[in-house]
Design a protein around this ligand. Structure first.
Ligand SMILES: [Fe+2]
Length: 302
C-alpha cells in the first residue's frame, strides 16, 4: 500500500463578496455550481471530483480556508493521519464528512499554520468527459513557505510526494497520479498562497479562456507562455478580490522513471521567461498578489 495522496482535490477560499465571486467562477471561469449552503457555494470541474472549489463568505481580504488532498481509500487516510500526528501537527481524527460531497477524512494544521485535509470516498461524478473551455480540475497549487526546507520535507516524508524538479526559486512535487506535479513550493517571509492552477482540456481552451477573462475585465497578468518544468502552457490572472489563479493545459504526464533536474538544467536564454519566448514579464500586480493571500488561522476541521 502506497501511503500517499493522489493530488489536490479542492480548495476552500474566503471572499468578502462571495456572491460576486461565485458569479465569476460560474459564468467566466467556467466551473459549474454544484451546491449552496449558508452563503457558501461549491463548484465542480468536468472531472470526477465532487467539487474542486468552495467559496465562503467572510470578512476581510481574500483568504485560503483550506486545501484538500485526495486519497485512494480509508486505510490510506488512516495511515496518513498517523503520519501527520507523528509529525507533530494539530489534527482531528478521521471521520465521516457531512458537507457537500460527503466522504471520509480529516483536517489538520501543518507546521506553517496551513489548514490542510485528506479525504476519500466522496460522492464523485461519473460524467467526466472534457468540455471545450471548461476546467477539468485543479492542476496544482503553488504555496510560498517561510520554512521552505521543512515544508518541502513535509510533502515528501508525510504526504508521500516526490520532488521531481527544481527550477529557479520553485520546487515541483509529484504524487500518485500521472501529472508532472500537483504541488509547487517557493520561499517567502510569510507562508502565503502563490496561486491555484486550473487545468483546461487543451491549449485552445486555455487561450480562449484568456480572451474570455480579458473581455470580462480580468487582463492576463503573466502569459501566455509554456513553462519549462512541467511543459504546461499558462495564463495567470487576478480573480475577484485579486485572488491569484491560473489556467493551464498540456501538463507533462510522467511516471516513476521521470528524472529530476535542477536549476542549471532549467535555465532560459537571457530575457526569456518561457519556452516559446513570447510572454512579457509578470505585471507588478501579479508580483504583489502572488504573495498576498494568507491561510485563515485554525479553519482546519472538515
Ligand atoms: Fe502554476
Amino acid at each position: 500500500m502506497k501511503i500517499t495522496v493522489r493530488g489536490v482535490r479542492s480548495v476552500d477560499i474566503e471572499m468578502s463578496q462571495a456572491e460576486r465571486a461565485a458569479e465569476f467562477y460560474g459564468k467566466i471561469w467556467n466551473l459549474a455550481e454544484i451546491a449552496r449552503e449558508n452563503g457558501s457555494i461549491w463548484f465542480r470541474g468536468t472531472g470526477a471530483y465532487h467539487h474542486i472549489l468552495a467559496v465562503h463568505p467572510a470578512k476581510g481580504p481574500a483568504a485560503m480556508r483550506r486545501l484538500t488532498y485526495d486519497a485512494a481509500n480509508q486505510d490510506i487516510v488512516k495511515a496518513l493521519h498517523q503520519k501527520v500526528i507523528a509529525s507533530g501537527c494539530t489534527s482531528e481524527a478521521p471521520h465521516e464528512i457531512t458537507g457537500p460531497g460527503g466522504g471520509y477524512g480529516f483536517g489538520f494544521i501543518d507546521l506553517e499554520g496551513r489548514n490542510l485535509a485528506v479525504v476519500c470516498d466522496t460522492r464523485d461524478h461519473k460524467d467526466t468527459a472534457d468540455a471545450t473551455d471548461r476546467p477539468r480540475k485543479i492542476a496544482h497549487v503553488n504555496l510560498n513557505a517561510a520554512q521552505l526546507e521543512k515544508s518541502n520535507a513535509f510533502l515528501v516524508d508525510v504526504l508521500g510526494f516526490r520532488k521531481v524538479d527544481h527550477s529557479g526559486p520553485l520546487h515541483f512535487f509529484h504524487c500518485d497520479n500521472n501529472d508532472h506535479s500537483s504541488m509547487v513550493m517557493g520561499a517567502t517571509k510569510t507562508p502565503t498562497l502563490n496561486h491555484v492552477s486550473f487545468e483546461m482540456p487543451d491549449l485552445e481552451s486555455c487561450m480562449r479562456g484568456g480572451g474570455r477573462m480579458r473581455d470580462a475585465g480580468y487582463p492576463i497578468e503573466w502569459g501566455p507562455g509554456r513553462h519549462g518544468s512541467g511543459n504546461n502552457v499558462f495564463c495567470y490572472f487576478a480573480g475577484p478580490e485579486e485572488f491569484p489563479i491560473e489556467y493551464t493545459a498540456e501538463v507533462l504526464q510522467i511516471d516513476d522513471s521521470y528524472e529530476f533536474h535542477g536549476p542549471e538544467y532549467w535555465k532560459w536564454p537571457p530575457g526569456r521567461l518561457d519556452q516559446w519566448g513570447i510572454t512579457p514579464p509578470h505585471t507588478a500586480r501579479w508580483k504583489r498578489i502572488q504573495d498576498m493571500v494568507l491561510f485563515t488561522p485554525g479553519t482546519y476541521r472538515i
